[in-house]
Design a protein around this ligand. Structure first.
Ligand code: SF4
Length: 442
């Protein structure tokens, strides 16, 4: 979004107040903060609206591929550094499958990609896409491989071929899944752009010679009418990738040059080199990383890295409020409560599991704050806990008539007992004391 001064340039400067703000500058400030729309001024010309839309378009264009549950969104980023606001679309990871493999081998690769998943602090970390490569140089074989992968995998699909005819054959078979097409280069861009337009698919533009050459090629592709574009620098090492990705992001976000404002696709290859390329791309502006090979022990640290880079620094990771059974509890099991800050929840959950004592864990909405922080900020109150008990149906789950509270909020015990009608028992101050505490309960 442009600054208030940039918005101001588009306004008529009548200071008439018809937009419900006293001056044009006050109105511009509201637009810059996304609290008003340009159309609220009745004097804006169509030309000014058009120019404003062009100037306020995201510096990195949003590109989507895939369909249904398997859509990958790339780009639409606005920041150079995450702490300035947030990064919006996590780097997607894709595993390549060669069309030279036989059907059993293709199926085995799909299964391998599907198994590559792990749950961490309440989020599912997994591969996002499968890429089908036209290694056979056979259009029919390529189309069949694309069709088979699509029929057995819900994720987004990317197609790689240098041959526009082979690309057309494969894209035609799976057009409803909106594959990402890789790639238009100097030798084939007219034909590849034609395929992208024919099937309404986004197109990767590749030039490994340098950013000037890539910008020229992007410009040529755009003249064919293709706007949904992603970039491949053809970087074969992490240094080149880092340099080019940083330049592209910087000139785009600072609006110094709009011709490369597109998501970045990285062909990582295999082995330790691929891990390094993926780390670089995940930390520095890559939108999609394609692996020729990827093993579980390589994927898991990359998933965690990605999760950390793309966590919103202003929003704590949260779990859904409610009541959760731990160690197969009956109605005789006690209720404990904690807050919905993920790290707090998973620490408490692990300690209850360690005790092997059946229990009900009530998660109270504290806007993602930990117990002490939420209590100090007034986000964890006896009334809030009482409401959580009612809405979660906790009293129906446990008829024991007791509520175990964290030792750090002893001060709320009297009011809490009064609010809930439950006998309040003060638990340990630290979650690590829960196993011993729970085992000592009568
Ligand atoms: Fe300015 Fe338009 Fe608002 Fe009048 S209605 S104060 S001209 S922005």
């Amino acid at each position: 979004m442009p600054t208030a001064i940039e918005v101001f340039k588009f306004l008529p400067k009548k200071n008439c107040g018809k937009c419900n703000y006293p001056t044009c500058l006050a109105f511009a400030m509201q637009i810059a903060n996304s609290k008003a729309k340009l159309e609220d001024c009745p004097f804006i010309s169509e030309e000014a609206k058009r120019q404003f839309a062009a100037s306020s378009a995201p510096p990195i264009r949003l590109i989507k591929f895939g369909s249904g549950k398997g859509v990958v969104q790339m780009g639409d980023e606005t920041e150079l550094y995450r702490h300035e606001k947030k990064f919006f679309h996590p780097t997607a990871y894709s595993l390549a499958i060669s069309d030279s493999l036989n059907e059993n081998e293709v199926d085995a690769r799909i299964d391998k990609a599907s198994r590559m998943t792990v749950e961490r602090v309440g989020q599912i970390l997994k591969l996002d896409s499968i890429t089908v490569k036209n290694d056979s140089c056979d259009a029919e074989r390529f189309a069949k491989a694309a069709e088979r992968v699509t029929s057995r995998h819900e994720g987004a699909i990317m197609l790689i071929s240098k041959d526009a005819d082979a690309m057309r054959a494969a894209a035609a078979k799976i057009a409803s899944r909106v594959p990402l097409l890789h790639a238009a280069d100097q030798s084939n861009f007219t034909a590849m752009a034609q395929v992208a337009k024919e099937f309404n698919c986004p197109l990767v533009v590749r030039d490994e010679r340098g950013l000037n050459e890539l910008a020229d090629l992007v410009s040529k592709v755009r003249t064919t009418g293709v706007e949904d574009i992603a970039l491949d620098f053809g970087a074969s090492d992490a240094k080149t990738l880092l340099e080019r990705a940083s330049i592209v992001r910087k000139v785009s976000v600072k609006r110094l040059f709009r011709g490369l404002g597109y998501p970045i696709v990285v062909m990582a290859g295999r082995g330790e080199h691929a891990v390094l390329m993926c780390m670089t791309a995940t930390m520095k502006y890559g939108s999609l990383v394609v692996f020729d090979e990827l093993e579980d022990f390589q994927a898991m640290p990359l998933f965690v890295l990605r999760q950390n880079i793309y966590t919103d620094p202003q929003v704590p990771i949260q779990v859904k409020p409610g009541i959760y059974p731990v160690n197969n509890p009956s109605e005789k099991a006690p209720i404990l409560f904690t807050t919905n800050f993920s790290l707090t929840y998973f620490t408490v959950l692990a300690d209850i599991e360690k005790s092997r004592v059946p229990a009900w864990l009530l998660v109270v909405d504290s806007e993602g704050l930990s117990v002490m922080t939420a209590f100090a900020a007034g986000k964890l109150t006896p009334e809030g806990v009482g409401k959580a008990i009612e809405t979660s149906g906790a009293k129906q789950r446990s008829t024991r008539g007791e509520l175990i509270i964290p030792g750090m909020v002893t001060r709320m015990s009297g009011k809490l007992q009064e609010t809930t009608g439950l006998k309040v028992i003060v638990g340990p101050k630290e979650s690590s004391g829960l196993p011993k505490f729970l085992k000592s309960l009568p």
